[in-house]
Design a protein around this ligand. Structure first.
Ligand code: FES
Length: 160
């Protein structure tokens, strides 16, 4: 049977089969949620806040807990959407603002422009570039380094 979740502040609803993860419902809504680690509970890109209905979700696993601990914007309402399975009704989630660096296809094209949103680190959720800030060439090389480090980390974790 499907359960209905609400997505704030977009005022959207999504139907999710009982025992499926939150991510499956968010993807159906075309919400542009990244899955940098492919839904393995290793990154920040599906981090969400549960505003209500926390008891209607599966408990936090050790892996999810370890990942949440490195996410700088984590609080007591945080979950990873790929790990939290929907067991009951009354769930309301909120998506953090910002764009993860891995969502930007052509990083070079940002040089000389002002960032429209906060640009975030895909593993920690840390703000790499604040919204409204002018993006310089040296910032681009740092962003590219970050992209490389993230993919290296995730590749190593796959092999481990
Ligand atoms: S997609 Fe990476 S933790 Fe969920």
């Amino acid at each position: 049977m499907a359960k209905t979740i609400k997505i704030d502040p977009l005022n959207l609803e999504a139907a999710i089969q009982t025992n499926d993860n939150l991510l499956s419902g968010l993807i159906k809504k075309d919400l542009n949620i990244m899955r940098e680690c492919g839904g393995r509970g290793l990154c920040a890109t599906c981090h969400i806040y549960v505003k209500d209905g926390v008891d209607s979700l599966s408990p936090i696993s050790r892996r999810e807990q370890r990942t949440l601990e490195v996410i700088t914007t984590c609080n007591q309402h945080s979950r990873l959407a790929c790990q939290a399975r929907v067991l009951g009704e009354g769930i309301i989630v909120e998506l953090p603002g910002g764009t993860y660096i891995s969502q930007i296809d052509d990083v070079e094209s940002l040089i000389g422009r002002r960032s429209e949103e906060n640009i975030l680190h895909p593993l920690t959720g840390a703000v790499l570039v604040e919204a409204g800030k002018l993006i310089t060439r040296s910032m681009i090389s740092q962003l590219k380094d970050t992209q490389g480090q993230v993919s290296e980390y995730l590749t190593k974790t796959t092999e481990a």
